[in-house]
Design a protein around this ligand. Structure first.
Ligand SMILES: *Cc1c(COP(=O)(O)O)cnc(C)c1O
Length: 390
């Protein structure tokens, strides 16, 4: 079969795919349909936390598939209960709602915030403040939450009740809160799709203090930054704060669809029977795999993520054509002199798969990428970023 042609004919044309058809892989190496090998510096957009076909994950998921692959949420299953317990123990959150994607995790957080504020203060307190340049998903409500106008234009009217504030601007946020009844503020500690931009520590700390004092819930969207990506289990842990709700997805499943809204003390008991649900949410095979991922994101692994981050930063420091490096851990953005797309194309030709985010080259390799592959990819990227002399 001609994979590319068949896909172009029959799959809805919503993705500008690279001209590569991946057929197999192992760890951080991928192979395309022409037998060409690549080092994977994107891990399926921060999804394959332990790379392709990780042995323990494959065994764990396969074993669960052979026992029971799905039950619906009318019954209890062990992997779902176990994963929720692990997530609560590792974060101090009290309860978890499982869905299948980042957008679904954020939808849950938004519903919880609205119901919490309505129950506590009255139905007119529903506004959710998110930040400009944020990304929270593709459903109509998470698009409304997303603070980038170009995502909104084609799909009016979006869900009402969202206001976008400039990042790192406490004064603007306070002014909004003074004029509008705010239920919650939702942030990405590091804006991912927005170009790998970390929020300032003083802003995040002040924001936590202000929301706490004013009975406003703070939601951290950790869909991309979560699950060890930044060198801490969740990115908010780098900031020394505790949010009221944490949403996560991408890397938690290690390659299968999962989304989770982790609900803290105030949010834990807001939703009751029938208030929310998801047919596949908490699927036992997916949750068993997620347990095998989360168990291995321990202190040693987090330390190795920080070391790998330093290794890459050292390679890129003072590299010709790399103007700045942003992000934390293994979530890095490179501002390059050449257009990011051109650098990514040159890397692809040289056997390294990278991503872009806004005008940056974005790197999100598997957390367990071997040092030799990481170093090799780092030098190939450095070379690709070098502007041609003429
Ligand atoms: C990817 C992403 C989402 C959306 O996740 P989906 O699984 O594609 O729905 C939401 N928020 C952030 C920060 C993301 O990076």
């Amino acid at each position: 079969m001609d994979i590319k042609q068949t896909d172009k004919t029959y799959v809805a044309d919503t993705y500008a795919r690279f001209p590569v058809a991946i057929v197999s892989g192992k760890g951080s190496l991928l192979t395309d349909d022409e037998g060409k090998a690549y080092i994977d510096m994107g891990s399926g957009i921060a999804v394959n936390s332990f790379g392709i076909a990780d042995d323990l994950w494959v065994q764990t998921v396969s074993a669960q598939l052979g026992k029971v692959q799905h039950t619906s949420n009318l019954y209890y299953t062990e992997p779902c209960a176990k994963l929720a317990k692990m997530l609560c123990e590792r974060t101090g959150m009290k309860k978890v709602f499982f869905g299948n994607s980042g957008a679904e995790a954020n939808e849950c957080a938004i519903k919880v915030a609205r119901k919490y504020a309505a129950d506590t203060y009255g139905a007119d307190r529903y506004t959710i403040v998110t930040l400009k340049n944020s990304f929270h998903g593709r459903t109509l409500t998470t698009l409304a939450a997303t603070g980038q106008d170009h995502y909104h234009e084609l799909f009016q009217p979006l869900t009402p009740g969202f206001v976008h504030a400039a990042a790192n601007d406490m004064e603007e946020l306070k002014a909004i809160a003074a004029n509008t009844k705010v239920a919650a503020v939702m942030i990405e500690c590091i804006q991912g799709e927005g170009g790998v931009v970390a929020l300032d520590e003083t802003y995040v700390k002040e924001l936590r203090g202000f929301t706490e004092e004013n009975g406003i819930l703070l939601i951290c969207d950790e869909v991309q930054t979560g699950n060890g990506r930044t060198g801490e289990l969740y990115a908010y842990m780098n900031y020394g704060i505790t949010p009221d709700i944490v949403t996560t997805a991408k890397g938690l499943g290690g390659g299968l669809p999962i989304g989770a809204a982790l609900l803290g003390e105030k949010a834990a008991n807001v939703l009751g029977h029938g208030d929310h649900g998801s047919t596949f949410g908490g699927n036992p095979a997916v949750c068993a795999g997620a347990c095998s991922i989360l168990e291995r994101i321990d202190t040693d692994l987090l330390e190795s993520v920080k070391q790998k981050s330093s290794l890459l930063k050292d390679i890129f420091a003072s590299a010709e054509g790399i103007e700045s490096v942003t992000g934390m851990g293994l979530m890095l953005g490179l501002k390059t002199t050449l257009p990011a797309e051109e650098v990514v194309k040159k890397c692809m030709d040289a056997g390294v798969l990278c991503l872009t985010a806004k005008d940056k080259v974005r790197l999100l390799p598997a957390l367990n990428i071997p040092l030799d592959l990481l170093e090799k990819a780092g030098y190939i990227i450095k070379e690709a970023a070098k502007p041609e002399k003429n």
